[in-house]
Write a protein that binds this ligand. Structure first.
Ligand code: FMN
Length: 195
């Protein structure tokens, strides 16, 4: 198989996180979400556990998810840190995004594969999704935070330990120009050893 290296490098660099509040009103369709999840399914997996799982929310189910997330945010904020504007932004996200993909890690029953590796595999799955989304001109915004990791929220969604929610992904088409990415120079992050 042959791939155009320049295209692959350009795709990796082009992938961007854009907040749902900056999405166009253009809807994301079910067949596109299905394609993203099919791409996720090709992530590497130690021991063939394939631990990535998804719950997709649209319409009234999305509105109800956002309310649960907003309430979880309220429960997990100290009085000092709590912002009504943030609560409102989370609760109202269904007006900006047409779908949310909750992503979680399904723990292997035997627990033989270390949990960190299962979480990493889910991260790889999300990267597959994000790269494919980029080819559609979409961003897949990964939202996490204390609400997403809260036990009560997980229970409300029907997920229990040892499985773990890792985030909520919002696919959508960014309004305006495709944003530029920003990174520190890669060479500052590597040490080489030759002897
Ligand atoms: C595990 C994970 C969780 C993230 N959670 C959030 C989040 O809760 N809120 C947010 O604004 N961005 C979140 N992001 C996205 C980052 O903000 C984003 O990747 C970073 O700003 C770099 O921008 P880029 O993805 O466009 O290169 C998350 C990214 C990852 C990998």
């Amino acid at each position: 198989m042959k791939f155009n290296l320049t295209d692959v490098q350009a795709l990796i660099r082009a992938r961007r996180s854009v907040r749902p509040e900056q999405f166009k009103s253009r809807k994301v369709h079910r067949d596109q979400i299905e394609a993203l999840i099919e791409a996720a399914n090709w992530a590497p997996t130690h021991g063939q556990t394939e631990p990535w799982r998804f719950k997709v929310f649209t319409g009234p189910a999305l509105e109800s998810l956002q309310l649960k997330l907003a309430e979880a945010y309220r429960r997990n904020s100290t009085e000092l840190a709590y912002l009504q504007s943030k609560y409102d932004r989370i609760r109202d996200r269904h007006h900006c995004a047409s779908a949310a993909i909750l992503v979680y890690m399904k723990r292997q029953v035997s627990g033989k594969i270390p949990e960190v590796e299962e979480i990493l595999a889910v991260g790889c799955a999300v990267q597959n999704m994000s790269l494919l989304a980029t080819t559609y001109g979409m961003s897949l915004f990964w939202s996490s935070g204390s609400a997403v990791y809260e036990e009560q929220f997980a229970e409300e969604i029907g997920i229990s330990k040892p499985d773990r929610i890792l985030g909520v992904l919002y696919p959508g088409y960014p309004e305006g120009e495709w944003p530029e990415g920003k990174r520190q120079f890669w060479m500052t992050k590597v040490d080489w050893f030759a002897e």
